[in-house]
Design a protein around this ligand. Structure first.
Ligand SMILES: [Zn+2]
Ligand SMILES: [Zn+2]
Length: 389
């Protein structure tokens, strides 16, 4: 049985020595293997993963490699387990942990910074200067689960207590996996200044982050909130999450002009770019008003020429964000706990952990209008569309 010096366990939550874990071989090749159940170090806990959502970034990691970085390089054939948007139950406590107890349900942030670099000291742990330095003879304690260390497409994972968010008992496992997604949206709006009540916000791209960005912006009092995209079904969900206006760019030949008009003719105060489309950054720069702020929350796969003169002439602020820093997940969970928005509207499908490749296919090819696909350890095999969808 699982027993390690200094690690607290409970008979209520027996832990095996090995677990099922998916590992990445060549690009796009996942294999279900057996791995030792990891052991929490000082300040860490062991989380039994009850549910894990698939993110577009997982698809990047699995099919292309970056932004995953394992042992300083590409993640292929390194016995690495991807997956990062998970929730679960604390089942073992590493030395020094009394912030959480065994049996507690938690969602997790991805990034545990090293805690000793300048950025970590500023609360910018997703920009830790020791990012990925957790291998060989360097161990800065940095983890970005599912990016630089093993992630959540398995049964158990270790998490630093700083990455844990206690979740309300009223929240389903599926909803709790969305805390981190909402946290990324919250982080983007935090970096833009946070005080957005009464300010106009445009969100480009109705993927999970864009949709929850609409929800969080609305919960923070933004007015109007405008969502642009190409899929009517997703734009409709955006409306349900609080968008005052939605624009299908397929029906609108000049989306920039349309957004500027809705922003009183002069553009909007904030734009959050969540699509990663090559033209989106320049669209964002022209949607925002003079002195306005643009947050880039998605990455294009190619290099993009940018209208820099427009940025300078108009005193536009441009922010890149990575992940969910500054404890944004805690604020996101608070909104979800208070039912300020219903994040489950973006959850469309659930699969068993054993059916991960099929779940990835649904997410990648957007089969059956899939948006958020969740994988659960105790789920019976086969897909089931969420009741709410
Ligand atoms: Zn993600
Ligand atoms: Zn650091």
């Amino acid at each position: 049985m699982y027993s390690h010096p200094g690690v607290k366990t409970s008979a209520d939550f027996p832990i095996p020595d090995t677990m099922k874990a998916w590992v990445l071989g060549n690009p796009g090749e996942l294999t279900l293997t057996e791995k030792p159940v990891p052991v929490p170090k000082k300040g860490e806990v062991l989380v039994r993963i009850d549910a894990v959502a698939i993110c577009a970034t997982d698809l990047d990691n699995i099919y292309h490699g970056p932004p995953a970085m394992i042992q300083g390089g590409l993640p292929f054939n390194k016995n690495w387990t991807p997956g990062h948007e998970y929730m679960g139950t604390v089942v073992a406590l590493g030395p020094g942990v009394d912030e959480f107890g065994i049996g507690q349900r938690v969602a997790v942030e991805i990034h545990a910074g090293c805690g000793q670099c300048k950025r970590c000291r500023q609360g910018m742990y997703t920009s830790c200067l020791n990012y990925g330095l957790n291998y060989g003879d360097v161990d800065k304690g940095h983890r970005a689960n599912g990016f630089t260390t093993d992630g959540g497409f398995c049964e158990y994972q270790v998490n630093h207590v700083n990455t844990l968010v206690a979740v309300s008992d009223e929240m389903s496992d599926e909803e709790a996996t969305l805390v981190v997604t909402a946290g990324t949206a919250m982080y983007g709006l935090t970096e833009l200044g946070g005080l957005i009540a009464g300010e106009s916000v445009a969100v480009i791209g109705p993927g999970p982050i864009g949709l929850l960005c609409v929800a969080v912006a609305k919960a923070l009092g933004a007015q109007p909130v405008i969502l642009t995209g190409t899929r009517d079904n997703r734009l409709q969900i955006g409306r349900e999450l609080g968008a005052d206006h939605v624009i299908n760019v397929r029906n609108e030949p000049d989306v920039v002009a349309a957004v500027r008009k809705l922003g009183g003719g002069r553009g909007v105060d904030y734009v959050v770019e969540c699509s990663g489309a090559a033209n989106a950054i320049n669209d964002a720069l022209h949607m925002v008003n003079r002195g306005g702020k643009v947050c880039l929350a998605a990455f294009p796969h190619e290099q993009v020429p940018v209208d820099v003169a427009h940025i300078v002439r108009n005193n536009i602020y441009v922010y890149g964000i990575r992940g969910e820093g500054r404890s944004a997940t805690h604020r996101a969970e608070a909104f979800m706990r208070q039912k300020r928005f219903d994040a489950t509207k973006i959850h469309t499908h659930t699969f068993a952990l054993a059916d991960l490749p099929e779940a990835l296919r649904y997410a990648k090819d957007r089969i059956d209008d899939a948006i958020k696909v969740v994988v659960k350890r105790d789920y019976r095999p086969g897909a089931q569309r969420a009741a709410a969808a």
